[in-house]
Design a protein around this ligand. Sequence first.
Ligand SMILES: Cc1ncc(COP(=O)(O)O)c(C=O)c1O
Length: 402
Amino acid sequence: MSLQQIFASRSLRMKASEIRELLKLLDRPGLLSFAGGIPDPALFPAAEFAQAFQQALTPEHQAQALQYSVSEGYMPLREWIQVEMARIGVPCEVDNILITSGSQQALDYLGKLFLSPGDTALVGWPTYLGALAAFNAYEPRYDQLNAGGNRTAGSYAQAAQTADSQVKFAYLSADFANPTGETLGLPQRQGLLDLVEDLDCALIEDGAYQALRYEGEPVAPILALEIQRRGSIEGCQTIYCGSFSKTLSPGLRVGWVVAAKPVIAQMVLMKQAADLHSATINQIAVHQVAEHCFDSHVAKLRRVYGARRDAMLQALQDFMPAGVNWTRPEGGMFVWLTLPYGQDGAELLARALESQNIAFVPGQAFYAEGGNANTLRLSFSVLPEAEIREGIRRLGILLREG
Ligand SMILES: Cc1ncc(COP(=O)(O)O)c(C=O)c1O
Protein backbone atom coordinates (compact mmCIF):
# COMPACT_ATOMS: atom_id res chain seq x y z
CA MET A 1 0.00 0.00 0.00
CA SER A 2 1.03 3.60 -0.37
CA LEU A 3 1.32 5.53 2.88
CA GLN A 4 -0.14 8.57 1.12
CA GLN A 5 -3.53 6.83 1.40
CA ILE A 6 -3.47 7.16 5.16
CA PHE A 7 -2.09 10.69 5.51
CA ALA A 8 -4.34 12.81 7.78
CA SER A 9 -6.76 15.13 6.01
CA ARG A 10 -4.84 18.17 7.32
CA SER A 11 -1.82 17.20 5.23
CA LEU A 12 -3.83 17.34 2.00
CA ARG A 13 -4.01 21.12 2.16
CA MET A 14 -0.24 21.48 2.39
CA LYS A 15 1.15 22.28 -1.02
CA ALA A 16 4.71 22.92 -2.19
CA SER A 17 5.23 26.66 -2.23
CA GLU A 18 6.11 28.27 -5.53
CA ILE A 19 8.64 30.40 -3.69
CA ARG A 20 10.48 27.38 -2.29
CA GLU A 21 10.64 25.87 -5.77
CA LEU A 22 11.96 29.14 -7.12
CA LEU A 23 14.62 29.49 -4.47
CA LYS A 24 16.26 26.46 -6.05
CA LEU A 25 16.86 28.53 -9.18
CA LEU A 26 18.56 31.43 -7.48
CA ASP A 27 22.11 30.22 -8.13
CA ARG A 28 21.70 30.15 -11.92
CA PRO A 29 24.61 32.12 -13.38
CA GLY A 30 23.75 35.71 -14.23
CA LEU A 31 20.14 35.40 -12.99
CA LEU A 32 18.73 38.71 -11.75
CA SER A 33 16.24 37.56 -9.15
CA PHE A 34 13.48 39.63 -7.59
CA ALA A 35 11.98 36.41 -6.22
CA GLY A 36 13.20 35.61 -2.72
CA GLY A 37 11.99 37.89 0.05
CA ILE A 38 15.26 37.42 1.87
CA PRO A 39 17.85 39.72 3.45
CA ASP A 40 21.03 40.50 1.54
CA PRO A 41 23.59 38.06 3.01
CA ALA A 42 26.34 40.63 2.45
CA LEU A 43 24.66 42.67 5.20
CA PHE A 44 24.58 40.00 7.90
CA PRO A 45 26.43 41.13 11.06
CA ALA A 46 28.66 38.05 10.75
CA ALA A 47 31.65 39.36 12.72
CA GLU A 48 29.38 40.28 15.64
CA PHE A 49 27.81 36.81 15.56
CA ALA A 50 31.23 35.15 15.39
CA GLN A 51 32.20 36.95 18.55
CA ALA A 52 28.90 36.17 20.26
CA PHE A 53 29.07 32.44 19.49
CA GLN A 54 32.71 32.29 20.54
CA GLN A 55 31.87 33.87 23.86
CA ALA A 56 28.88 31.58 24.37
CA LEU A 57 31.17 28.58 23.93
CA THR A 58 33.82 29.57 26.44
CA PRO A 59 34.13 27.27 29.49
CA GLU A 60 32.37 29.91 31.55
CA HIS A 61 29.24 30.00 29.36
CA GLN A 62 29.06 26.72 27.47
CA ALA A 63 27.12 24.83 30.14
CA GLN A 64 24.21 27.20 29.60
CA ALA A 65 24.62 27.77 25.86
CA LEU A 66 24.62 24.08 24.90
CA GLN A 67 22.07 22.95 27.47
CA TYR A 68 18.28 22.56 27.36
CA SER A 69 16.53 25.72 28.47
CA VAL A 70 13.07 26.99 29.38
CA SER A 71 10.25 27.00 26.81
CA GLU A 72 9.45 30.68 27.33
CA GLY A 73 12.88 31.66 26.02
CA TYR A 74 16.21 33.10 27.19
CA MET A 75 15.36 35.66 29.85
CA PRO A 76 17.84 38.41 28.82
CA LEU A 77 16.50 38.23 25.26
CA ARG A 78 12.91 38.47 26.48
CA GLU A 79 13.94 41.50 28.54
CA TRP A 80 15.58 43.07 25.48
CA ILE A 81 12.38 42.51 23.49
CA GLN A 82 10.33 43.98 26.33
CA VAL A 83 12.34 47.22 26.06
CA GLU A 84 12.11 47.21 22.26
CA MET A 85 8.34 46.65 22.34
CA ALA A 86 7.93 49.52 24.82
CA ARG A 87 9.92 51.68 22.44
CA ILE A 88 7.43 51.03 19.63
CA GLY A 89 4.49 51.74 21.94
CA VAL A 90 3.76 48.30 23.41
CA PRO A 91 4.32 48.29 27.19
CA CYS A 92 4.22 44.74 28.51
CA GLU A 93 5.80 42.38 31.01
CA VAL A 94 8.35 39.70 30.25
CA ASP A 95 5.59 37.16 30.88
CA ASN A 96 3.73 38.57 27.88
CA ILE A 97 6.61 37.45 25.64
CA LEU A 98 7.41 34.01 24.22
CA ILE A 99 10.46 33.33 22.05
CA THR A 100 9.65 31.23 19.00
CA SER A 101 11.72 29.61 16.25
CA GLY A 102 11.09 32.43 13.80
CA SER A 103 7.73 34.14 13.57
CA GLN A 104 6.70 31.32 11.24
CA GLN A 105 6.47 29.03 14.27
CA ALA A 106 4.26 31.58 16.00
CA LEU A 107 1.89 31.52 13.01
CA ASP A 108 1.75 27.73 13.18
CA TYR A 109 1.02 27.79 16.91
CA LEU A 110 -1.66 30.44 16.47
CA GLY A 111 -3.31 28.31 13.81
CA LYS A 112 -3.13 25.37 16.19
CA LEU A 113 -4.44 27.45 19.08
CA PHE A 114 -7.48 28.95 17.37
CA LEU A 115 -8.50 26.93 14.33
CA SER A 116 -10.64 23.83 14.48
CA PRO A 117 -11.48 22.44 11.03
CA GLY A 118 -13.96 24.73 9.29
CA ASP A 119 -13.31 27.79 11.49
CA THR A 120 -12.89 31.07 9.64
CA ALA A 121 -9.62 32.98 9.32
CA LEU A 122 -9.81 36.47 7.79
CA VAL A 123 -6.77 37.15 5.62
CA GLY A 124 -5.84 39.75 3.05
CA TRP A 125 -6.40 39.00 -0.62
CA PRO A 126 -3.38 38.72 -1.18
CA THR A 127 -1.56 37.79 2.03
CA TYR A 128 1.71 36.24 3.20
CA LEU A 129 1.98 32.84 1.59
CA GLY A 130 3.71 31.33 4.63
CA ALA A 131 0.76 32.31 6.82
CA LEU A 132 -1.61 30.48 4.50
CA ALA A 133 0.74 27.48 4.59
CA ALA A 134 0.81 27.55 8.40
CA PHE A 135 -2.96 27.94 8.78
CA ASN A 136 -3.88 25.44 6.04
CA ALA A 137 -2.77 22.55 8.24
CA TYR A 138 -5.64 23.38 10.59
CA GLU A 139 -8.22 23.20 7.78
CA PRO A 140 -9.79 26.64 8.06
CA ARG A 141 -12.27 28.40 5.87
CA TYR A 142 -10.90 31.72 4.61
CA ASP A 143 -12.71 34.98 4.09
CA GLN A 144 -11.30 38.15 2.59
CA LEU A 145 -10.16 40.70 5.16
CA ASN A 146 -10.84 44.05 3.62
CA ALA A 147 -8.85 46.39 5.90
CA GLY A 148 -10.18 49.90 5.60
CA GLY A 149 -12.93 48.77 3.26
CA ASN A 150 -16.60 49.11 4.00
CA ARG A 151 -17.40 45.52 4.92
CA THR A 152 -19.06 45.38 8.32
CA ALA A 153 -18.46 42.94 11.16
CA GLY A 154 -22.01 41.72 10.56
CA SER A 155 -21.20 40.71 7.01
CA TYR A 156 -18.19 38.62 8.08
CA ALA A 157 -20.19 37.01 10.88
CA GLN A 158 -23.12 36.35 8.56
CA ALA A 159 -20.90 34.76 5.91
CA ALA A 160 -19.28 32.55 8.56
CA GLN A 161 -22.64 31.54 9.99
CA THR A 162 -23.96 30.62 6.55
CA ALA A 163 -20.96 28.30 6.22
CA ASP A 164 -21.67 26.89 9.70
CA SER A 165 -18.45 28.51 10.85
CA GLN A 166 -17.16 31.10 13.30
CA VAL A 167 -14.54 33.82 12.75
CA LYS A 168 -11.56 33.02 14.99
CA PHE A 169 -9.01 35.58 13.90
CA ALA A 170 -7.94 38.18 11.39
CA TYR A 171 -4.32 37.99 10.24
CA LEU A 172 -2.35 40.82 8.66
CA SER A 173 0.88 42.80 8.48
CA ALA A 174 0.21 46.47 9.18
CA ASP A 175 3.66 47.62 8.02
CA PHE A 176 5.11 46.95 4.56
CA ALA A 177 3.13 43.76 4.05
CA ASN A 178 4.40 40.75 2.22
CA PRO A 179 3.57 40.63 -0.68
CA THR A 180 2.15 44.11 -1.41
CA GLY A 181 4.54 46.36 0.53
CA GLU A 182 1.53 48.32 1.75
CA THR A 183 1.16 49.96 5.17
CA LEU A 184 -2.09 50.62 7.00
CA GLY A 185 -2.81 54.11 8.30
CA LEU A 186 -4.06 54.87 11.79
CA PRO A 187 -7.77 54.93 10.88
CA GLN A 188 -7.49 51.52 9.20
CA ARG A 189 -5.75 50.12 12.29
CA GLN A 190 -8.42 51.54 14.57
CA GLY A 191 -11.07 50.14 12.23
CA LEU A 192 -9.54 46.68 12.53
CA LEU A 193 -9.67 46.92 16.32
CA ASP A 194 -13.36 47.82 16.10
CA LEU A 195 -13.87 44.87 13.78
CA VAL A 196 -12.24 42.24 16.01
CA GLU A 197 -14.03 43.69 19.03
CA ASP A 198 -17.36 43.32 17.24
CA LEU A 199 -16.49 39.83 16.01
CA ASP A 200 -15.06 38.66 19.36
CA CYS A 201 -12.08 37.21 17.58
CA ALA A 202 -8.30 37.57 17.75
CA LEU A 203 -6.18 39.82 15.57
CA ILE A 204 -2.79 38.43 14.61
CA GLU A 205 -0.45 41.32 13.80
CA ASP A 206 2.61 40.17 11.87
CA GLY A 207 5.42 42.66 12.47
CA ALA A 208 8.10 40.85 10.44
CA TYR A 209 9.13 44.01 8.52
CA GLN A 210 8.20 46.60 11.15
CA ALA A 211 11.77 47.90 11.71
CA LEU A 212 12.51 48.42 8.01
CA ARG A 213 10.99 51.84 7.28
CA TYR A 214 12.67 54.01 4.64
CA GLU A 215 10.39 57.03 4.60
CA GLY A 216 7.57 58.62 6.54
CA GLU A 217 6.75 58.42 10.22
CA PRO A 218 6.21 55.10 12.03
CA VAL A 219 2.57 54.26 12.75
CA ALA A 220 1.81 52.67 16.12
CA PRO A 221 1.40 48.88 16.01
CA ILE A 222 -2.21 47.75 16.30
CA LEU A 223 -1.35 46.14 19.64
CA ALA A 224 -0.11 49.54 20.87
CA LEU A 225 -3.44 51.12 19.90
CA GLU A 226 -5.38 48.38 21.64
CA ILE A 227 -3.32 48.79 24.82
CA GLN A 228 -4.12 52.53 24.68
CA ARG A 229 -7.82 51.66 24.49
CA ARG A 230 -7.80 49.10 27.27
CA GLY A 231 -5.07 50.48 29.54
CA SER A 232 -3.18 47.16 29.63
CA ILE A 233 -2.15 44.30 27.39
CA GLU A 234 -4.26 41.90 29.46
CA GLY A 235 -7.59 41.44 27.75
CA CYS A 236 -6.20 42.62 24.41
CA GLN A 237 -7.37 40.64 21.40
CA THR A 238 -4.29 41.54 19.35
CA ILE A 239 -1.37 39.12 19.26
CA TYR A 240 1.88 40.56 17.90
CA CYS A 241 4.46 38.39 16.11
CA GLY A 242 7.99 39.77 15.82
CA SER A 243 11.15 38.45 14.21
CA PHE A 244 14.90 38.96 14.04
CA SER A 245 14.92 37.40 10.56
CA LYS A 246 14.75 40.60 8.55
CA THR A 247 17.00 42.61 10.87
CA LEU A 248 19.77 40.27 12.12
CA SER A 249 19.54 36.78 10.59
CA PRO A 250 16.79 34.46 9.36
CA GLY A 251 19.03 31.40 9.63
CA LEU A 252 19.15 31.52 13.42
CA ARG A 253 15.35 31.18 13.57
CA VAL A 254 14.59 33.56 16.41
CA GLY A 255 11.26 35.35 16.64
CA TRP A 256 8.77 36.24 19.36
CA VAL A 257 5.12 36.63 20.27
CA VAL A 258 3.64 39.34 22.49
CA ALA A 259 0.15 38.79 23.87
CA ALA A 260 -2.00 38.66 26.98
CA LYS A 261 -0.68 36.14 29.52
CA PRO A 262 -3.34 33.43 29.04
CA VAL A 263 -2.49 33.31 25.31
CA ILE A 264 1.25 33.11 26.02
CA ALA A 265 0.69 30.42 28.67
CA GLN A 266 -1.14 28.23 26.16
CA MET A 267 1.50 28.82 23.49
CA VAL A 268 4.22 27.83 25.98
CA LEU A 269 2.45 24.47 26.33
CA MET A 270 2.47 24.15 22.55
CA LYS A 271 6.15 24.95 22.43
CA GLN A 272 6.87 22.34 25.07
CA ALA A 273 5.04 19.77 23.00
CA ALA A 274 6.57 20.80 19.66
CA ASP A 275 10.26 21.55 20.23
CA LEU A 276 10.71 22.26 23.98
CA HIS A 277 12.40 25.59 23.24
CA SER A 278 14.19 27.52 20.50
CA ALA A 279 17.93 26.87 20.19
CA THR A 280 19.55 28.20 23.36
CA ILE A 281 22.82 29.29 21.81
CA ASN A 282 21.04 31.14 19.00
CA GLN A 283 18.96 33.09 21.49
CA ILE A 284 22.08 33.96 23.47
CA ALA A 285 23.91 35.10 20.32
CA VAL A 286 20.95 37.13 19.05
CA HIS A 287 20.68 38.82 22.43
CA GLN A 288 24.38 39.63 22.45
CA VAL A 289 24.33 41.07 18.92
CA ALA A 290 21.06 42.95 19.43
CA GLU A 291 22.44 44.49 22.62
CA HIS A 292 25.66 45.43 20.86
CA CYS A 293 24.49 46.84 17.52
CA PHE A 294 20.76 46.49 16.76
CA ASP A 295 20.09 50.18 16.16
CA SER A 296 23.20 50.88 14.10
CA HIS A 297 22.70 47.71 12.07
CA VAL A 298 19.06 48.50 11.34
CA ALA A 299 20.05 52.05 10.38
CA LYS A 300 22.47 50.56 7.85
CA LEU A 301 19.79 48.20 6.46
CA ARG A 302 17.44 51.14 6.07
CA ARG A 303 20.00 53.09 4.08
CA VAL A 304 20.90 50.19 1.78
CA TYR A 305 17.40 48.78 1.24
CA GLY A 306 15.93 52.27 0.98
CA ALA A 307 18.28 53.10 -1.90
CA ARG A 308 17.34 49.80 -3.59
CA ARG A 309 13.65 50.55 -3.21
CA ASP A 310 14.23 53.97 -4.78
CA ALA A 311 16.13 52.33 -7.66
CA MET A 312 13.30 49.88 -8.27
CA LEU A 313 10.58 52.54 -8.21
CA GLN A 314 12.57 54.75 -10.57
CA ALA A 315 13.23 51.85 -12.97
CA LEU A 316 9.56 50.84 -12.94
CA GLN A 317 8.64 54.39 -13.83
CA ASP A 318 11.20 54.40 -16.65
CA PHE A 319 10.59 50.96 -18.14
CA MET A 320 7.05 49.71 -17.48
CA PRO A 321 4.63 49.87 -20.37
CA ALA A 322 1.26 51.58 -19.97
CA GLY A 323 -1.35 49.57 -18.12
CA VAL A 324 1.05 48.20 -15.46
CA ASN A 325 0.47 49.46 -11.90
CA TRP A 326 2.58 49.03 -8.80
CA THR A 327 2.68 49.86 -5.09
CA ARG A 328 5.07 52.39 -3.54
CA PRO A 329 6.16 50.83 -0.25
CA GLU A 330 7.48 52.98 2.58
CA GLY A 331 9.59 50.08 3.83
CA GLY A 332 10.06 46.32 3.79
CA MET A 333 11.24 44.35 0.78
CA PHE A 334 8.45 44.23 -1.78
CA VAL A 335 6.77 46.01 -4.66
CA TRP A 336 3.54 44.49 -6.00
CA LEU A 337 2.79 44.73 -9.69
CA THR A 338 -0.59 44.47 -11.34
CA LEU A 339 -0.47 43.73 -15.05
CA PRO A 340 -3.29 44.32 -17.48
CA TYR A 341 -6.13 41.84 -16.98
CA GLY A 342 -5.60 38.56 -18.83
CA GLN A 343 -1.83 38.41 -18.40
CA ASP A 344 -0.55 35.40 -16.46
CA GLY A 345 2.31 35.83 -13.98
CA ALA A 346 3.26 32.15 -13.99
CA GLU A 347 3.45 32.03 -17.77
CA LEU A 348 5.41 35.28 -17.71
CA LEU A 349 7.88 33.81 -15.20
CA ALA A 350 8.61 30.87 -17.49
CA ARG A 351 9.38 33.31 -20.31
CA ALA A 352 11.34 35.62 -17.98
CA LEU A 353 13.66 32.79 -16.96
CA GLU A 354 14.00 31.58 -20.52
CA SER A 355 14.58 34.77 -22.44
CA GLN A 356 15.65 37.45 -19.94
CA ASN A 357 17.27 35.48 -17.08
CA ILE A 358 15.18 37.31 -14.50
CA ALA A 359 12.90 35.91 -11.80
CA PHE A 360 10.01 37.12 -9.62
CA VAL A 361 7.10 35.48 -7.84
CA PRO A 362 3.79 35.16 -9.69
CA GLY A 363 1.10 36.68 -7.47
CA GLN A 364 -1.58 34.01 -7.60
CA ALA A 365 -0.06 31.93 -4.78
CA PHE A 366 -0.65 34.78 -2.33
CA TYR A 367 -4.41 34.49 -2.68
CA ALA A 368 -6.17 32.03 -0.38
CA GLU A 369 -8.58 31.20 -3.19
CA GLY A 370 -6.24 31.71 -6.16
CA GLY A 371 -7.15 33.88 -9.13
CA ASN A 372 -5.55 37.26 -9.80
CA ALA A 373 -2.96 35.67 -12.09
CA ASN A 374 -2.09 39.11 -13.48
CA THR A 375 -0.04 40.04 -10.39
CA LEU A 376 3.67 39.73 -9.50
CA ARG A 377 5.78 40.23 -6.40
CA LEU A 378 9.15 41.90 -6.85
CA SER A 379 11.68 41.97 -4.02
CA PHE A 380 14.32 44.70 -4.03
CA SER A 381 16.33 43.53 -1.00
CA VAL A 382 19.12 41.49 -2.54
CA LEU A 383 20.31 43.09 -5.78
CA PRO A 384 22.45 46.23 -5.99
CA GLU A 385 20.82 49.26 -7.61
CA ALA A 386 22.39 48.85 -11.06
CA GLU A 387 21.21 45.24 -11.29
CA ILE A 388 17.74 46.19 -10.11
CA ARG A 389 17.57 48.74 -12.91
CA GLU A 390 18.83 46.22 -15.46
CA GLY A 391 16.37 43.55 -14.28
CA ILE A 392 13.42 45.93 -14.46
CA ARG A 393 14.57 47.04 -17.92
CA ARG A 394 14.45 43.39 -19.01
CA LEU A 395 11.02 42.96 -17.40
CA GLY A 396 9.88 45.95 -19.43
CA ILE A 397 11.08 44.26 -22.63
CA LEU A 398 9.25 41.07 -21.67
CA LEU A 399 5.99 42.87 -20.96
CA ARG A 400 6.18 44.81 -24.21
CA GLU A 401 6.58 41.52 -26.10
CA GLY A 402 3.10 40.75 -24.68
C1 LIG B 1 5.15 38.55 6.59
C2 LIG B 1 6.06 37.48 7.09
N1 LIG B 1 5.80 36.92 8.26
C3 LIG B 1 6.58 35.96 8.77
C4 LIG B 1 7.67 35.50 8.07
C5 LIG B 1 8.46 34.38 8.67
O1 LIG B 1 9.66 34.85 9.13
P1 LIG B 1 10.54 34.12 10.21
O2 LIG B 1 9.90 32.82 10.56
O3 LIG B 1 11.86 33.96 9.59
O4 LIG B 1 10.54 35.05 11.38
C6 LIG B 1 8.00 36.04 6.84
C7 LIG B 1 9.16 35.55 6.09
O5 LIG B 1 9.39 35.86 4.96
C8 LIG B 1 7.16 37.07 6.33
O6 LIG B 1 7.40 37.64 5.15
